[in-house]
Design a protein around this ligand. Structure first.
Ligand SMILES: [Ca+2]
Ligand SMILES: [Ca+2]
Ligand SMILES: [Ca+2]
Ligand SMILES: [Ca+2]
Length: 504
């Protein structure tokens, strides 16, 4: 069943795709109906409803082997070598038609750099909300991909999160259902994503994220999970740990401010950060300095209220049933003066009419204090474009990579493009933003859940950023891989790092 494809060389080597912008309907700002939808979803989240609901009668759709019939758009070429490749494809390189694949997460084997795994939510039919744990792997640094079928096929799963440890073992966290409760299981793969372990119970709940300590130092291999207060059978506990590489997970803990809709990250000395939204609109960054000690219960000894210059929005028309992005935290592991720097980034609603910008803050004192917010997107302030699904990763040399979906080139906001930028000066300035994908209609191909998932994902290495994102280039939701190489932009932007990037 788990075949290794030689390459995708049988596909068109260069298929330039032009996406024509759709209807030029002026949306104005928000209709009353949209405001109601957004308000209702926000109220639902705040009152204890999960983002993910199990269909009333979850029925597996027909198996995918029966249903592929269209050539996959294998190569999506953009200027400067930003070429995406579809990963949710059948074994004959065909696109699986009439499915939906979204909410991808990505991991890279740090030992070889050649093995990459992407997980996503696989809906075999968009007439259902039923979804499974999609997974594809590459053994050649992302040039070709194999989708061998879903992990644990036939079982309802959502909210995938992936990482790899310092030994090159891959971890796949998956939301599952026990009775009426959402909780989490982990799968592991020691062969680059070709085969997976049985599930391990991990407590958890809706909208989980986890950080894995891959420092090789204190706490190496520890896994730290944080999840929502809603869709959570362990409330008010929203956090736990594994100290044995996901063989088992410790009893969940309640943590300060119960941050939700965020992520977690490990610093170079094994320090742990968790970011998220607490009560109301307040955003919080927590730090634990003892989580790397397996003999102690983790304590969050630093609790910092952060101001990012905007607030989280949920369920706006651009992604009606979902987040517009989650809060990201990442730490500099380089051997430079910036080692240990903490970055927090999100797509947030700034004051004024503009609905969403990508905003970044930086800490040089382990999360005690932060810089003023920096607007990463460089379209004119107040442009009223949506910069959504803002996503952050820091490379081993300290380069700060940022991606997001951007409607700036479509005044109707009916289409988005993946954008990429990066900073080589610790997040003080970013290079001019680069459109890294063709435009796509973000509203195409919803399953019976009106969203393109709740996030996309990225993992940086020295040479670039490994990106997994969902888009509708086939007229339906599919998952794509892109390796964004900063050197390509250096050549293009001849002024290099000296050029003024974004407003500081
Ligand atoms: Ca498809
Ligand atoms: Ca989700
Ligand atoms: Ca605003
Ligand atoms: Ca904006």
């Amino acid at each position: 069943m788990f075949r290794k494809r030689n390459s995708n060389s049988t596909c068109p080597a260069s298929l330039n795709v032009t996406i024509v912008a759709g209807y030029l309907i002026t949306l104005g700002t928000f209709s009353t109906a949209q405001e109601n939808s957004e308000t209702q979803l926000e109220q639902a989240i705040s009152s204890g409803q999960p983002l993910e609901h199990v269909p009333v009668m979850p029925q597996p759709a027909a198996r995918l082997e029966l249903r592929y019939s269209a050539p996959a758009i294998q190569q999506l070429q953009q200027p400067h070598g930003f070429n995406s490749v579809q990963v949710n494809i059948a074994s004959n390189n065909m696109n699986i038609v009439d499915d939906a694949a979204n909410e991808p997460s990505i991991a890279v084997n740090p030992v070889t750099g050649q093995q990459i795994v992407i997980g996503w939510r696989q809906f075999d039919s968009i007439s259902s909300g039923f979804r499974e744990a999609g997974v594809a792997f590459s053994s050649d640094a992302g040039s070709s991909w194999t989708y061998p079928g879903d992990i644990d096929p036939g079982v309802f799963r959502s909210d995938p999160v992936l990482a790899a440890d310092s030994n090159g073992v891959f971890y796949y966290a998956s939301l599952q259902v026990i009775g009426n409760d959402l909780s989490e299981q982990f799968f592991t793969s020691a062969d680059g994503g070709a085969s997976w372990s049985s599930p391990v119970e991990a407590f958890g709940g809706d909208k989980l994220w986890f950080a894995l300590n891959d420092t090789g130092g204190s706490g190496d291999g520890h896994i730290y999970s944080a999840w929502n207060t809603a869709g959570n059978p362990f409330f008010p506990a929203t956090f736990n740990r594994s100290t044995n590489r996901a063989q088992s997970f410790q009893t969940p803990l309640e943590i300060p401010q119960r941050p939700i809709l965020g992520t977690a990250a490990v610093g170079p000395d094994g320090e742990l950060y968790v970011v998220g939204r607490g009560a109301g609109t307040q955003l919080w960054l927590l730090r634990s300095d003892n989580a790397d000690n397996p003999l102690e219960t983790p304590v969050f000894n630093q609790v910092t209220a952060i101001d990012m210059g905007g607030i989280i929005r949920i369920g706006a028309n651009i992604n009606p049933a979902g987040l517009l992005g989650q809060l990201w935290v990442a730490v500099d592991h380089s051997n430079t003066i910036n080692r240990g720097n903490v970055y927090v980034l999100a797509s947030l609603d700034p004051p004024g009419t503009d609905p969403l910008d990508v905003l970044l803050i930086r800490s040089e004192d382990n999360g005690v204090s932060f810089s003023d917010p920096l607007r990463v997107n460089d379209d004119p302030p107040g442009n009223n474009a949506w910069q959504w699904f803002g996503t952050l990763s820091v490379a081993p040399n300290g380069r700060v990579d940022v991606i997001w979906y951007d409607t700036r080139n479509d005044p109707s906001s009916n289409t988005s493009q993946l954008f990429y930028s990066y900073s080589m000066d610790a997040g003080r300035n970013f290079l001019p933003n680069n459109a890294a994908s063709p435009a796509f209609d973000q509203s195409l191909g919803y399953p019976t859940q009106n969203k393109l998932g709740d996030y996309i994902d990225m993992k940086s290495d020295m040479g670039g950023a490994h990106i997994a994102y969902a888009a509708t280039f086939n007229g339906e939701q599919d998952v794509y891989y892109l390796y964004a190489e900063p050197t390509l932009l250096e050549d293009f932007f001849t002024d290099g790092f000296e050029s003024p990037a974004t407003n500081q």
